[in-house]
Structures are given as structure tokens and as C-alpha cells.
Design a protein around this ligand. Structure first.
Ligand SMILES: NC(=O)c1ccc[n+]([C@@H]2O[C@H](COP(=O)([O-])OP(=O)(O)OC[C@H]3O[C@@H](n4cnc5c(N)ncnc54)[C@H](O)[C@@H]3O)[C@@H](O)[C@H]2O)c1
Length: 315
């Protein structure tokens, strides 16, 4: 079975590619490699350096499943260049899906975001609630889902709405909450928390990779649609306290929080398809601490999306 992973050199993509290779899938990764390439050579892996805005039709030939992770992947980096973000996250998706259609690709897995809901007070934020995207990033995600819907007669699609992902990948991101707070604790013995009471859903990267695999294995059994993927709704302060327990770091709560997002995800729909999460935030923190102690965590500007995009003038 042949899988094409767009954005396969990223934080989620690197972990997912390695996991799929262990299961003997044939993988093509297509990525601009803006943040580097941490994938190792493998007999079943082909890596192509390229931009999805100009991806060649022939790359889709004989592909069974396309996984789309190639996006400008958070609020500040999208704000840095909204035009680039609309082009990559939305307009190129339309082109990609047309190429899938032309080449008779029958399965598409898309990474949307749990943040499409905006601020929600409902106890259970389920897939049927209205989307009120706050940022341009969230808007690109919402519109990309509409594009997917318009191809529902051509292929089966599974659009995952992940919570904030945490844990270790060979290509690390330290601009996501748990990873960022854990690194602060390890490096400075202090954790700075802005506000702290905002609730965010979380998902371990091991489970995110398993969710993609779940949709690959069950592609003919699970109906097309949108699936929340977050299993722990925690306040930032609670996360900081967990990290402090493991590291002894002091927590410094700052008042000026300019990020209003606060929401809880309910992932019952995904669980009803038979998926069972295995890992949690605590496991991610412990794994990151262990990798840090073994000097296996890279920490440089390329691990912070917006900082790196500014430095490399990607816009
Ligand atoms: N990490 C999270 O917490 C999280 C949460 C929700 C949703 N997501 C979504 O999951 C996806 C992957 O996120 P990630 O954390 O791995 O981000 P990432 O930035 O680490 O990975 C994205 C990859 O896509 C590549 N890319 C970007 N634009 C491209 C283009 N035009 N052509 C080809 N390649 C391109 C980048 O080089 C990078 O390797 C994104 O769509 C993101 O919005 C991530």
C-alpha cells in the first residue's frame, strides 16, 4: 500500500512517517523542508523536496492514501503572511484534491484543527457545533474543510481536528504548550504562565500518529467526516503544575494573556469508531524530560515556527 504524506518532514509528519515505515507501508514524503529533514533513509521511503503549491500530478500516481500535513501551522506564523497561508492551507488543497481525483486516489486524511470552534462554553464541544474561527489560521482550517466536503463524491476523506499535540518527535516543536512549558522548566527551572485558567485540549503525539493509522486501516469502514482528536482538557496552570511536580521548577503566573482561546474538545465520535487512546500529557512530559537528560532534544530557532519563518524570510 502506497501513502503520500504532504508535510511529512514536520513535527507530526516525522513521527507518523517513522511509525508507518515500521508497519511496512511504502511512503513518499513531499515537503519544502522549511524546518529541516530529520527522516532517515529507508528502503520504503522516498523524500521529495517541493512545495504543494506546485506539486506535480504524477506524484499522485498509484497512491492509495494521501495525508495532508503541509500547512502554515499556527496563529502567529499565519499572521506573518496571510497570503502565503491562504495559498498553502486552502488554495493548494483544491489543486491537490483535483490531482487526487484525476489519479483516482480514493482516500484522503487531512489535518484540520480543534481550534476551528473558537471560544465555546459548552461542556462538550462536539463536531456538530457551529464553527466560529477566531484567527486567520482557524479560518483557513474551516475553509479547507469546506473544500474537502465538495470532493465527498470522489473520495473518502477523514478530517482530523487535533487538540494541541505534545510529546517527542525527532523534529521538535517547542511553540506548542506542553513542550514549551516542559523545556522552560528544564532549562530555566522556571515556568512562565500567561493567565493560566484558559482550558485547552491536548493529545499525545503517539496517539495522533495512531489516529492516522486507525483511519488508514479502517478507511473503508469509517465514514467521511470531521473527527475531534483530543482526550485531556486541561488548564495551562494545571499543565504547569504537572511539569513542576516532575522538574521542581517554580511557576510564575503573569497577568497579560492576549490569547483568548479556551475550549474543551469531546472526541466521542472518534472513540465510537473503535479508537482507544494509549498515552497522555503526563507521558509526554516524562518522555521529554528523559530525552532532554539524554541530550536528544534539539533546541534552536527552527523549533519555533514563527521565529524561524521570520529568520528565513518565509512569507
Ligand atoms: N502540532 C499541533 O499541535 C497541531 C494541532 C492541530 C493541528 N495541527 C496541524 O497539523 C499539521 C501538521 O502540524 P505540525 O505540528 O507537524 O507542523 P510543522 O510545521 O512541524 O509541519 C508542517 C510541515 O509542512 C511543511 N510545509 C509547509 N508548507 C508547505 C508547502 N507549501 N509545501 C510543502 N510542504 C510544506 C513544512 O516544511 C513542515 O515540515 C498542520 O496542518 C497543523 O495545522 C497541528
Amino acid at each position: 500500500m502506497k501513502i503520500l504524506i504532504l508535510g511529512g518532514c514536520g513535527y507530526i509528519g516525522t513521527k507518523l512517517t517513522n511509525d508507518l515505515l515500521k508497519k511496512n507501508y511504502k511512503i513518499t514524503v513531499y515537503d519544502t523542508q522549511w524546518f529541516g529533514n530529520y527522516l532517515k533513509q529507508h528502503k520504503n521511503l522516498k523524500i521529495i523536496k517541493g512545495d504543494v503549491r506546485s506539486i506535480d500530478n504524477k506524484i499522485f500516481k498509484n497512491v492509495n492514501t494521501v495525508i495532508n500535513l503541509a500547512n502554515i501551522a499556527n496563529d502567529p506564523s499565519v499572521d506573518l503572511s496571510p497570503t502565503l497561508s491562504w495559498e498553502v492551507n486552502v488554495l493548494s488543497l483544491f489543486q491537490i484534491l483535483n490531482k487526487c481525483k484525476k489519479n483516482k486516489v480514493k482516500h484522503f486524511i487531512h489535518s484540520s484543527s480543534g481550534s476551528v470552534y473558537g471560544i465555546k462554553t459548552e461542556k462538550k464541544v462536539t463536531e456538530d457545533l457551529e464553527l466560529v474561527p477566531l484567527s486567520i489560521y482557524n479560518k483557513t482550517k474551516m475553509i479547507s474543510e469546506r473544500i474537502l466536503l465538495s470532493f465527498k463524491d470522489d473520495l473518502t476523506f477523514h478530517s482530523i481536528r487535533p487538540a494541541t499535540v505534545c510529546g517527542y518527535s525527532p523534529r521538535m516543536r517547542f511553540d506548542v504548550s506542553v513542550n514549551n512549558l516542559t523545556l522552560q522548566a528544564l532549562k530555566y527551572k522556571k515556568i512562565k504562565v500567561f493567565g493560566g485558567n484558559q482550558i485547552r485540549p491536548n493529545v499525545n503525539i503517539i496517539d495522533i500518529s495512531r489516529i492516522f493509522q486507525h483511519f488508514i486501516i479502517n478507511k473503508n469502514k469509517i465514514r467521511s467526516g470531521f473527527y475531534n482528536a483530543g482526550f485531556e482538557n486541561l488548564s495551562i496552570l494545571k499543565i504547569a503544575k504537572m511539569i513542576s511536580k516532575f522538574t521542581g521548577a517554580k511557576i510564575n503566573i503573569l497577568k497579560n494573556n492576549n490569547d483568548p482561546r479556551s475550549y474543551k474538545l469531546d472526541s466521542s465520535k472518534l472513540l465510537e469508531t473503535g479508537f482507544k487512546p494509549k498515552c497522555n500529557v503526563r507521558y509526554a512530559i516524562e518522555e521529554l524530560i528523559s530525552m532532554y537528560k539524554r541530550k536528544k532534544l534539539n533546541d534552536n530557532d527552527s523549533n519555533y515556527t514563527v521565529k524561524w519563518m521570520k529568520k528565513k524570510n518565509i512569507k
